[in-house]
Design a protein around this ligand. Structure first.
Ligand code: NAD
Length: 359
């Protein structure tokens, strides 16, 4: 792998390798773009099969965070950390404190939260060494779990898509198929049920499906065929890469709006969805609720302000859908272009020196 070539390909700013001799910590921090503000993004821990795979993941995920923050109107850039290791066996207080100390050396240029393979406890260990952390439990000064706020954003996205497609945001009587009943999917099922939707859902964990069936009266579905369910709205809330060359012809929905990151195999899938008449709410706009919540911890947390920003997802998506129709392009390419316009515009404004000068 030619690292600088990879960084140049998508405009990354910085890639930082952290190694701690005592604990064996191997952590990589990728900072994609800080035009709008300090980089913000979670820390993932996975037993990557190679260092190359870990670097690729950090680069790809940090770029995604730039788009997500900029689309949400936040003044943060994109960053991501990955720790090479098995979350089931390799975690310790010392490992995360060592990671926290490295994080602290960046002076707030990158702020970290939870991601796949890391949890609150890991962040609490980091927090003993640095304050550049978001998403801590409420008892420790954070805003707590983000699943519900992310689901609130997904509902706003669904309402925007329903308005655009059917002329009304109402979910009443609409059939929604949810893949994954985890922290986001379960709350989404609850909100959709409260709004009068007909909810069909699947999870590989039968326990949560049973719970949702008895609490929310969802119709249980097979996790392996949920994507093919006949429905108005398909909400992927488990894995990425669900819209790919194999699945695209089997989809039987009008709208796709869910929380999963990187739902499309690649950007060309957006065009194929448009050709099939499926309205796609780009994931990095739809699932920004959690990011909006934790970003607000850094500016003095207020739930009413968070909700207001999350509800803006509705208006933002309406403008994406409209421009995509006018330009006869996919919603995802329009959304990416709108984000790039915002970053470039603010970059030009920032050229004026406006700091306090001190000798
Ligand atoms: P989670 O781990 O709590 O839930 C995921 C659920 O999906 C689990 O219940 C799991 O059993 C289920 N699952 C896994 N594979 C499946 C399959 N093949 N079919 C059906 N179900 C399957 O995760 P989460 O926090 O709810 O996040 C869900 C998705 O949304 C992830 O892609 C995540 O990256 C994304 N996301 C989450 C947040 C957030 O605030 N939690 C924010 C933005 C994006």
């Amino acid at each position: 792998m030619e690292i600088f070539k990879e960084m140049a390909k998508h405009g990354h700013e910085q890639l930082i390798f952290n190694f701690d001799h005592t604990t064996g910590l191997k952590a990589i921090i990728a900072i994609h773009n800080t035009t709008l503000g300090p980089a913000l993004g979670g820390c993932r821990m996975l037993p990557y099969v190679s260092e190359e795979q870990a670097i690729e993941d950090a680069l790809r995920l940090s770029e995604g965070m730039t788009y997500k923050a900029a689309a949400a109107g936040l003044d943060f850039g994109g960053g991501k950390a990955v720790i090479i290791g098995d979350p089931a066996n390799d975690k310790s207080e010392a490992l995360f404190r060592a990671f926290g100390r490295f994080l602290d050396t960046l002076g707030g240029r990158y702020l970290v939260g939870e991601d796949v393979g890391t949890n609150e406890q890991d962040l609490l260990h980091c927090a003993k060494e640095t304050s550049y952390i978001v998403g801590l439990p409420e008892a420790y000064g954070g805003s707590g779990d983000t699943g519900d706020m992310t689901a609130v954003g997904v509902i706003a996205a669904i309402q925007a898509a329903l308005t655009y497609r059917f002329g009304t945001p109402s979910l009443k009587g609409r059939r929604i198929a949810i893949q994954g009943l985890g922290k986001v999917g379960y709350q989404l099922a609850r909100h959709a049920h409260d709004e009068g939707a007909d909810v069909v859902a699947a999870d590989i964990n039968p326990h949560v499906v049973g719970k949702a069936a008895s609490e929310l009266h969802i119709e249980p579905a097979d996790p392996w065929t949920i994507l093919e369910t006949h429905c108005d709205i398909l909400a992927p809330c488990a894995l990425g890469n669900v819209v790919n060359h194999e699945t695209i012809d089997k989809l039987d929905c009008q709208i796709i709006a869910g929380s999963a990151n990187n739902q499309l195999e690649d950007v060309s899938m957006g065009e194929l969805l448009r050709e099939r008449g499926i309205l796609y709410a780009p994931d990095f706009i739809t699932n920004a609720g959690g990011l909006i919540q934790v970003a607000n911890e850094l500016t003095g947390y207020r739930e009413d302000r968070v909700r207001h920003q999350v509800e803006n997802i509705y208006e933002l998506l309406l403008s994406v859908f409209q421009r995509a129709d006018e330009d006869q392009r996919s919603t995802v390419s329009v959304a990416m272009e709108m984000v790039e316009e915002r970053i470039n515009m603010l970059h030009n404004i920032h050229r004026i020196f406006a700091e306090h000068y001190s000798k």
